[in-house]
Design a protein around this ligand. Sequence first.
Ligand SMILES: NC(=O)c1ccc[n+]([C@@H]2O[C@H](COP(=O)([O-])OP(=O)(O)OC[C@H]3O[C@@H](n4cnc5c(N)ncnc54)[C@H](O)[C@@H]3O)[C@@H](O)[C@H]2O)c1
Ligand SMILES: O=C(O)C(=O)C[C@@H](O)[C@H](O)[C@H](O)COP(=O)(O)O
Ligand SMILES: [Zn+2]
Length: 364
Amino acid sequence: MSEILHRLSVDLGERSYPILIGAGLLGSVDLSPWVEGSQVMIVTNETVAPLYLKGAEASFPGKSVSSVILPDGEKYKDWQTLNRVFDALLEERHSRKTTLVALGGGVVGDMTGFAAACYQRGVSFIQIPTTLLSQVDSSVGGKTGINHPLGKNMIGAFHQPSVVLIDTDTLKTLPPREVSAGLAEIIKYGLIREPVFLNWLEANMDRLTRLDTDAVAEAVYRSCACKADVVAQDEKEGGLRAILNLGHTFGHAIETFAGYGHWLHGEAVGTGMIMAADLSVREGMISQSDYQRVVRIVQSAVLPQLPPGNMTPDDFMSLMAVDKKNVDGQLRLVLLRSVGEAEVTADASKEHLAATLSAFCGQQ
Ligand SMILES: NC(=O)c1ccc[n+]([C@@H]2O[C@H](COP(=O)([O-])OP(=O)(O)OC[C@H]3O[C@@H](n4cnc5c(N)ncnc54)[C@H](O)[C@@H]3O)[C@@H](O)[C@H]2O)c1
Ligand SMILES: O=C(O)C(=O)C[C@@H](O)[C@H](O)[C@H](O)COP(=O)(O)O
Ligand SMILES: [Zn+2]
């Protein structure tokens, strides 16, 4: 049985698009109305293809559908792998009217979106996210791109999809570690903007880690609603949108240090949010008991709470120096004004930051 449980809209004028959420939607919702021309190319990877490629193909009745299957992993979110998409598009003579479809997690989504932003100076694309993280975060908002050895997502473009189809049934095949990674970004929404949702998450974390169908549908809906609202107000991160980066300044440094793929993005964000909360305490913004609350919820989602044991404060400082939020060489961090409200600041004291880094480094 398939049913669209929730419909949201990302309101961006002529670039507005719907987010359709439900169980069993893949292959049963006709996505061809969002395809301008006759050609569709599905971009997926070697893990997702055997599970969901047939279903995705069935979502485009009447269209000519081909696919390109990429190797799986964050380490392949690079130029070389991206080029495989361009090779396939050119070999099959795809035109400007072609539509790319991202079928997979955030890696496939970010790369497909970037390929769509670049191919023949821009074609449209559709997001069919199949991980919890991609359903609650990366498929919405139009940040696309690839990694550079010196920094995460350093090469990319803002390019919005034309529709996001979220079939929560696809999560049934997701490994538990990937579920936890998705929960990190869900917790993020509670911490930055949604205190009532945070209470709900605390009460329902057990159901979420077990992938209880109703709890997951609710969490996906509330997360997408939060992200859609932020993105609608600040599409290109001129200000407000940077709050979606809570935990990411520390987190991206961890991912880059560890080597892409060794720490999952959500794992690094979970630890990064705890570090941001620690700094928020030192800055006098939240209390010690607020901090403990952040630690508890990250812990309850079965996420790591400390960075790699061999990572030093200097490693953090040099990797954070290339963060995209920095302006004129000045570090900008997302901190907690309260549990449920974030702010972006360039004013955190260097001593407090050093104290946070030394408290967390060399601890495991
Ligand atoms: N653009 C954005 O706004 C945004 C937001 C958050 C994260 N990201 C990016 O997203 C990436 C992380 O995404 P992710 O956590 O989805 O990781 P991922 O794309 O690597 O997917 C995780 C793993 O799950 C597998 N998989 C996917 N769907 C599956 C399914 N239904 N069943 C079984 N296995 C499945 C994948 O093949 C992969 O091995 C990072 O590169 C991060 O930087 C982007
Ligand atoms: O959509 C956003 O804006 C976010 O910051 C969401 C993040 O969860 C995501 O990881 C994003 O890719 C990070 O963006 P970046 O600009 O710091 O690379
Ligand atoms: Zn993220």
